[in-house]
Design a protein around this ligand. Structure first.
Ligand SMILES: NC(=O)C1=CN([C@@H]2O[C@H](COP(=O)(O)OP(=O)(O)OC[C@H]3O[C@@H](n4cnc5c(N)ncnc54)[C@H](OP(=O)(O)O)[C@@H]3O)[C@@H](O)[C@H]2O)C=CC1
Ligand SMILES: O=C1O[C@H](COP(=O)(O)O)[C@@H](O)[C@H](O)[C@H]1O
Length: 497
């Protein structure tokens, strides 16, 4: 974890970044804007160089133009200053390379010749070619003992394929130099979870089954599959979002306090949570898990197609675009506390939030009609507006109200508390940590594999049941069954959006 701001932008954090897949969607939409912002904020050491690698024919000037176009599209007007743009673009070079063919990698070695800063290899390509790239880099003698590798999610399709990919990366790089990205770990509020839980005795003492009745995690996306049918249809929402982002959020909520903030201390605690996730048996699978797929509906007031009508779609596909589930964490801290998770595409809002529902007082003395609101809730909002709100009960004001209760927030809205601060994109934070060589926001191999092990049993159960996903109209909150799943426990999804 960053100890001192004085270190940021320090020349000793200079790197050579080799960005494989530099013309792809992620690079253009997220990585170049994040790198530009780091440079603009003065956090990118002067000598840092960036090499974009992909297989299309371009020279450096044309590549810089493409990146410039992407930046113009993604950045706000006030973020585009000429000096920063010129400086950033001048760091970029381009190398045309087929990543699966060893021959061209000699050019990477030549680029690195004489460089006196570590290389960061960022693999923004499909995971199935991570192994080839690592191997070809090693065979061409392009690596040294300081080289770090950053890999994107999802790593594989199941436990077996993730092991193969991790083995292939591990044959070239030690774990201490592998940075597995889960961009949710770079989001400002996600990091705040660590501060909130472990710096505040108020929460530290209450964070268990004695005081918490249940937890909700919602990651709702308004978008559909955005032209990524080929990738998404093989994955589905469970592999795309739950195996990584939602399970990471669950781990940060459920883990025991680490003994310090070192990467491994945090990751050891997350692994214990993953090992404690209860697998779904046949009966629980039908009752506690809901799969859905969107049909035509509306978004932003416009008609939008169903999943099976998207460009390139296979009209027979049974892939889920929505999942809701009730998960048990089988340990002393969480016994009897359900974690309700839901995530889906084409929902009405882009909304990621965690709601911690505290238990009611053991003896209730107020108006019987208000019993339903008489508990505290902690709402941790990741997006769209980052913030943390604690719903507390006070007496309603007014002479005629008697001892009526009023539920209202003690509110920490990051935009109003830090009005001048720009909240950095997750990738900015993560790229900065890679530059500094710090791993605590990255996922260790055993985390990935335990998450896959748990997802695999769920997917096997789905296959055995052969149940089609439930349909939901685009623009709705998912299949009705996902509401029934929580109401059968006498609860409801938190709806104060
Ligand atoms: N896009 C997103 O929002 C997210 C993506 N990810 C992950 O990030 C990674 C990249 O995704 P994304 O940007 O969407 O993928 P894209 O397919 O859009 O980009 C991949 C890039 O790599 C190039 N490429 C692929 N194979 C080769 C090869 N053999 N030799 C040379 N160049 C090659 C492609 O070139 P060409 O165009 O010529 O095929 C393209 O420039 C994936 O692992 C994905 O799972 C993770 C989270 C979100
Ligand atoms: O990893 C992914 O995340 C995005 C959602 O990320 P967010 O930061 O916009 O919430 C999702 O759309 C994509 O399918 C998935 O691969």
């Amino acid at each position: 974890m960053s100890q001192s701001h004085a270190l940021l932008g320090d020349p000793k954090h200079a790197i050579d970044l080799a960005l494989f897949g530099a013309l792809g969607d992620l690079a253009m939409r997220k990585l170049f804007p994040a790198l530009y912002q780091l440079d603009r904020e003065g956090l990118m050491p002067e000598s840092t160089r960036i090499m974009g690698l992909a297989r299309q024919e371009h020279d450096t000037a044309a590549f810089r133009q493409l990146v410039n176009g992407a930046l113009q599209k993604r950045l706000k007007k006030e973020e585009q200053d000429k000096e920063s743009l010129t400086r950033f673009l001048s760091r970029l070079d381009y190398l045309k390379l087929d990543f699966t063919n060893a021959e061209g990698f000699e050019a990477v070695r030549q680029w690195r010749e004489g460089a006196n800063r570590p290389m960061v290899v960022y693999l923004s390509v499909a995971a199935r070619i991570y192994g080839d790239i690592c191997h070809n880099l090693q065979a061409s003698d392009s690596l040294d003992d300081d080289t770090r590798v950053v890999v994107e999610k999802p790593i594989g399709y199941d436990l077996a394929s993730s092991k193969e990919i991790n083995d292939a990366i591990g044959a070239v790089f030690p774990e201490s130099r592998i940075y597995r990205i889960d961009h949710y770990l770079g989001k400002e509020t996600v990091q705040n979870l660590i501060a909130l839980r472990f710096a505040n005795p108020l929460f530290g003492t209450q964070w268990n089954q004695n005081h918490i009745s249940h937890v909700e995690i919602t990651v709702a996306e308004k978008v559909g599959i955005e032209g990524r049918w080929g990738y998404f249809d093989e994955a589905g929402q469970l592999r795309d979002m739950v195996q990584n982002h939602l399970l990471q959020l669950l781990c940060l909520i459920a883990m025991d306090p680490p003994s310090n903030l070192d990467a491994d201390a945090i990751r050891d605690e997350k692994v214990k949570v993953l090992k404690a996730l209860k697998p779904f048996t046949g009966e629980a699978l039908g009752r506690d898990v809901v799969r859905g797929q969107y049909i035509a509906g509306t978004s932003n007031g416009q008609a939008v197609p169903g999943y099976l009508e998207e460009e390139g779609a296979n009209p027979q596909s049974q892939t889920e675009t929505f999942v809701a589930m009730k998960i048990e964490v089988t340990n002393w801290r969480w016994a009897g506390v359900p974690f309700y998770l839901r995530t889906g595409k084409r929902l009405p809002e882009k909304l990621s939030q965690i709601v911690i529902h505290f238990r009611q007082q053991p003896h209730y003395i107020f108006d019987p009609d208000q019993r339903g609101i008489a508990s505290n809730k902690l709402i941790i909002r990741l997006q769209p507006e980052e913030g943390i709100a604690l719903q507390v009960l006070t007496k309603d004001s007014g002479l005629d109200k008697g001892m009526r209760l009023r539920q209202g927030p003690l509110h920490l809205d990051f935009n109003s508390v830090f009005p001048k601060a720009r909240i950095p994109d997750a990738y900015e934070r993560l790229l900065l940590e890679v530059m500094k060589g710090q791993q605590y926001l990255f996922v260790r191999r055993d985390e990935v594999e335990h998450a896959w092990r748990w997802c695999d049993q769920l997917i096997d159960g789905w296959k055995a049941r052969e149940a089609a996903p439930r349909r939901y109209p685009a623009g709705s909150w998912g299949p009705v069954a996902s509401i029934a799943m929580i109401t059968q426990d006498g609860r409801s999804w938190y709806e104060d959006y």
